[in-house]
Design a binder for this molecule. Structure first.
Ligand code: FAD
Length: 393
């Protein structure tokens, strides 16, 4: 019997594998991954510094342990180069593999900005445990107890790293073209609150500008901004977003847009090939709207449904609204950003409840379709979640 093959060993791949094993103890399962196959929780990467964690401490299970736990063949260090969707064969660095059903859980790649300068190739990004290990080594070579770190991008990941590194004693500069941090996700009132909290933490924010050059300056680096200012730094980290990894899907002529397009069951445009996680672009509604959803909650929903479908019970993915918890201890936030299509004609309304700032987003039809709250806690999150979809008074 040919196996179900999952490509990838991130949270999407291993969550699906666990769901599959809950439903079927014997179905042959193979996990092929280019990395070492160790299991770690990726969200921990942006708050591991303050906890003084090295990369090895974040890996809770090795590939061998995962193989044993999942009763699966796990093949680490194997790159999948091509998919023959007609013959149902993968071409990999370890030779060909036949599959019965295939799941792409290949994640996303960090977006690289075009920046001039003789040190632009030193810019780091952290989207994997190996990147975290490299970043830690660059930040804290033996002679240094703290570093100057410049972060490009004050979105979710940039703000989380900034807060975490500042708490660990590093000197942080955060640069973003928007006028406020988290501008794409949060209400202005919450972005302002975050800006204040990060500034109080000692983080140096340069908003409304971009980095145009990065050059060597002795042992340090010099970042030049579009507004003419310069910053001397030891390390530059880019956190300007991720792009779904479409390389295998495109070569196999699967339908793609921003991500690999999947239907309500997580199936791609090719029979017996599924996708989930950061590489996938999910159907949001019956009006044909689709979007990548690069968070953990959609992975859980997609994994549950795809596992059922793969074991014979055709099941639709139920994407539920789940707040994104922004891991900035200086200003803990929870957000359900309004969907892109709802922004035009919509508005934020802000309520101050003691220490708490609550922002609700109403679309053009006066229906609440997003929110943000800080400081966040479970009761407030639950109440706001329950109010989603209701009409303003
Ligand atoms: C720093 C950080 C903090 C985050 N915090 C949060 C948070 O607080 N809450 C939240 O909801 N989300 C958070 N996210 C997002 C969340 O972690 C991701 O959505 C999720 O981990 C993506 O998992 P994935 O398995 O789809 O992708 P990945 O983890 O990227 O896994 C992709 C896998 O595919 C393998 N692969 C790729 N191409 C090939 C190939 N050709 N052959 C073989 N193997 C291949 C890779 O080796 C890897 O194992 C965070 C992300 C980051 C980077």
């Amino acid at each position: 019997m040919k196996p179900i093959i999952i490509i990838g060993a991130g949270m999407a791949a291993y969550t699906l594998a666990r769901e599959l094993r809950r439903l079927d103890k014997v179905i042959p399962l193979t996990i092929i991954t280019a990395d070492d196959g160790g299991y770690y929780s990726k969200p921990m990467l942006s708050n591991a510094f303050a906890q003084k964690k090295v990369a090895a401490q974040l890996i809770t299970q090795s590939a061998t342990q995962m193989a044993e736990q999942l009763q699966a063949t796990v093949l680490p260090g194997v790159q999948v180069n091509n998919i023959d969707s007609t013959a149902k064969i993968l071409d990999t660095s370890a030779g060909p593999f036949e599959y019965d059903k295939l799941v792409l859980a290949v994640g996303a790649q960090p977006i690289r900005l075009h920046i001039d300068g003789d040190a632009s190739d030193t810019v780091l990004s952290v989207n994997h445990i190996i990147d975290y290990a490299t970043f830690r080594t660059k930040l804290l070579p033996e002679h240094r107890a703290s570093a100057r770190v410049t972060i490009l991008g004050a979105g979710l990941i940039g703000c989380e790293f900034a807060d975490d590194l500042a708490a660990h004693g590093h000197a942080i500069t955060l640069i973003d073209p928007n006028a406020l941090p988290l501008a794409a996700l949060a209400a202005p009132a919450l972005s302002q609150g975050l800006q204040k909290a990060l500034t109080s933490r000692g983080i140096n924010l340069h908003l409304g500008t971009t980095a145009t050059r990065i050059d060597h300056a002795g042992e340090a680096l010099q970042v030049t901004l579009a507004n003419g200012e310069t910053i001397t730094t030891d390390v530059v980290l880019t956190a300007v977003g991720l792009r779904p990894d479409l390389r295998l899907a495109t070569a196999a002529q699967l339908k793609t847009d921003r991500g690999i397009l999947v239907d309500d069951h997580g199936c791609t445009s090719a029979a017996d090939i599924y996708a989930l996680g950061d590489c996938a672009e999910y159907r949001l509604d019956n009006q044909g709207r689709t979007s990548p959803l690069p968070y953990i909650a959609p992975i859980m929903s997609a994994a549950r449904a795809i596992a059922k479908t793969l074991t014979g019970e055709n099941t639709q993915i139920e994407l539920k609204d789940a707040p994104v918890i922004v891991k900035t201890p200086s200003y803990p936030l929870a957000l359900v950003p309004p969907p892109r299509h709802a922004i035009e004609g919509g508005r934020w309304e802000t309520e101050q409840d003691g220490e708490k700032t609550i922002c609700r987003f109403f679309n053009a039809e006066n229906i609440m379709v997003g929110f943000g709250v800080a400081p966040q806690e479970a009761k407030a999150r639950q109440a706001l979640l329950a109010a989603l979809g209701t009409k303003a008074d």
